[in-house]
Design a binder for this molecule. Structure first.
Ligand code: TIH
Ligand code: FE2
Length: 294
């Protein structure tokens, strides 16, 4: 169901403006009609949202709040052990609730004084150019539904826990938001689809699934690892390669499983220099030269 680099489940729009969400084979909610109805309702609220308005308020159920609580509680110690310093600083500054699902609208208000980032609601698949282009304007497209309760440890597609616990704590720290902004500016700058894919793969292997060496061990800074109580336990056992732009920009990945290949920065400073520097300056031509070198 996921084409490479595409983030959210495909949608079908109906005549009345409501939408219905497609779930892939093997999705834990596929045979659960209540869950599917819920997904459609939340996606419809986003589809009806107008740019410039705050994200719609979602009437989360007790069962959804419970999934949030279970995941946050499970992640509390795991973050302390396995999250990088900069993420833990962002988490402390942001102060997310652990006992209920917060609204994207209130989170945008909390981010405003910290980094100026704001959430906008994604009904489904956001085309790559729109997803990344928004980052250049300090806007972050995010889903609002909650993962299926039967598999809280891992979801094959980004849900509100991923967007908020994974990305939100990084959107609260300017050392991260400078990188998000740079990725957005890079996508605005390049024209070819090949260059777009390259930039987006570097994003995948860094801000989504990046790891970094700290004096006391390998830590995660990628939002996809930090929002999954299952994957955060496993990443140190994966194949760890050194940070390499050409390799990251040309390596294929599967969004629906734990990532088997990860790229480790020697330090957060190296990430800023190498990856931030790449996004700050890359062009169609410079990326084409890197692709030829692969
Ligand atoms: N697998 C992540 C989680 O369980 O939180 C969500 C995703 C991040 C990126 C792709 S899917
Ligand atoms: Fe993500």
């Amino acid at each position: 169901m996921f084409e490479e680099g595409q983030y959210f489940a495909p949608l079908t729009k109906k005549g009345d403006g409501s939408v219905s969400v497609e779930l892939s084979a093997g999705h834990p909610g596929l045979e659960d009609p209540t869950y599917r109805e819920r997904r459609d309702r939340i996606a419809t609220a986003a589809a009806r949202w107008t740019s410039g308005d705050p994200p719609p308020l979602i009437d989360y159920t007790d069962a959804e709040h419970e999934v949030w609580r279970v995941v946050c509680e499970d992640l509390r110690d795991k973050h302390r052990h396995y999250a990088c310093r900069e993420y833990l600083d962002g988490k402390e500054a942001f102060g997310l609730p652990e006992d209920h699902v917060p609204q994207l609208a209130e989170l945008s208000a909390a981010l405003a004084p910290l980094t100026g980032f704001a959430y906008q609601p994604a009904a489904g698949l956001v085309p790559l150019r729109e997803f990344y282009g928004a980052l250049a304007d300090h806007r972050f497209w995010a889903t609002q539904y909650v993962r299926h309760h039967s598999v809280p440890l891992y979801t094959p597609e980004p849900d509100v826990l991923h967007e908020v616990v994974g990305h939100g704590n990084t959107l609260a720290d300017t050392r991260f938001t400078q990188l998000y902004e740079a990725a957005g500016a890079a996508v605005r700058r390049v024209e070819s689809d090949e260059a777009l894919q390259f930039v987006s793969k570097v994003f995948w292997f860094t801000l989504e699934f990046g790891v970094v060496h700290e004096p006391d061990g390998l830590k995660a800074y990628g939002a996809g690892i930090l929002s999954s109580p299952g994957e955060i336990e496993e990443f140190r056992q994966m194949t760890i390669r050194p940070l390499d732009l050409v390799e990251m920009g040309t390596t294929d990945y599967d969004i629906t499983h734990y990532q088997e290949v990860l790229f480790a920065a020697g330090s957060f400073g190296q990430l800023q220099d190498v990856v931030g520097g790449f996004w700050d300056t890359c062009t169609d031509d410079s990326i084409e030269a890197m692709r030829l070198a692969a």
